[in-house]
Design a protein around this ligand. Structure first.
Ligand code: ADP
Ligand code: MG
Length: 243
């Protein structure tokens, strides 16, 4: 495991990639690679190009698994749409990239920071409701996300509505009940993170505590084994008053 950290690509604005895309801006990087806002040369349309670190994309597998998932979920409004993949030569190596639509809005982590690391419980619940609806749709297609966290969920607010988009699906193996449940659990831990994390948990309204249950996995999954159950709870009579 003691592998060296991948060297950043650090593509600069204006650089032309594969003759087809012009780099506009660096959007973010994570474990697998780096994502850039690019413009398609022929149309000027904005797209996102995700470049994979070769050591984390052996035989192009990470890219292939990701785009397979995006393609299967292409009818869902809550998932970015895969467009095209290609490769370039860079530093003497073949570098794979995939191009997708650009998710509107910002990373959820950006909202959390902007609000001083703590969203109002109601805002956090409105976002969770949308994440739950998205996961429900993804799970209904026989898929799972595998890496639900604040950097992989993009959020755009319009009035009091939060539009949520998922990116960065992980390939951990076949879809199982357990993997779908992990998505639900990760989502509810994200609710705790959104509302100020562990340190503020004790001061949260009852409704948040009913969902997070102090982070106790078995208790959480007993009451909320599916995203549907979370949504039903949020819309139902059992949800305690909190305003
Ligand atoms: N389609 C997209 N639309 C908008 N932003 C994106 C898109 N894809 C990636 N990003 C941004 O780039 C970051 C890194 O991309 P991601 O696919 O999560 O890569 P990694 O697997 O390296 O974490 C994301 O957290 C997000 O901020
Ligand atoms: Mg990511």
């Amino acid at each position: 495991m003691a592998r060296s950290e991948p060297e950043p690509f650090d593509f600069q604005p204006g650089r032309v990639l594969a003759g087809k895309y012009v780099v506009a801006e660096f959007l973010g990087g994570g474990w697998e690679g780096e994502a850039y806002l690019v413009h398609e040369r022929t149309t000027g349309f904005p797209r996102v190009a995700k470049f994979y670190y070769p050591e984390r994309n052996e035989k192009g597998k990470s890219l292939k698994e990701y785009v397979k998932r995006l393609e299967k979920l292409s009818d869902l409004g809550c998932v970015i749409r895969y467009m095209h993949s290609d490769s370039i030569r860079f530093r003497g190596e073949k570098l794979d990239f995939m191009v997708s639509t650009r998710a509107p809005g910002k990373q959820l982590s950006y909202y959390i920071k902007k609000r001083g690391n703590r969203l109002h419980p109601l805002e956090a619940l409105l976002i969770v409701e949308q994440i739950a609806a998205g996961l429900e749709a993804i799970h209904a297609q026989g898929m799972y996300h595998g890496d639900v966290h604040e950097d992989n969920v993009m959020v755009r607010r319009t009035g009091i509505h939060y539009d949520v988009r998922f990116l960065d699906f992980l390939h951990l193996g076949p879809t199982t009940v357990k993997r779908k449940r992990e998505d639900v659990f990760d989502m509810l831990m994200l609710l705790r993170d959104m509302t100020g994390g562990k340190t503020r948990y004790a001061r949260q309204p009852e409704l948040i505590k009913r969902l997070v249950k102090g982070g106790k996995r078995s208790l959480v999954l007993k009451e909320f084994p599916t995203a549907l159950r979370v949504r039903q709870f949020l819309a139902g009579r059992d949800a305690p008053d909190f305003i």
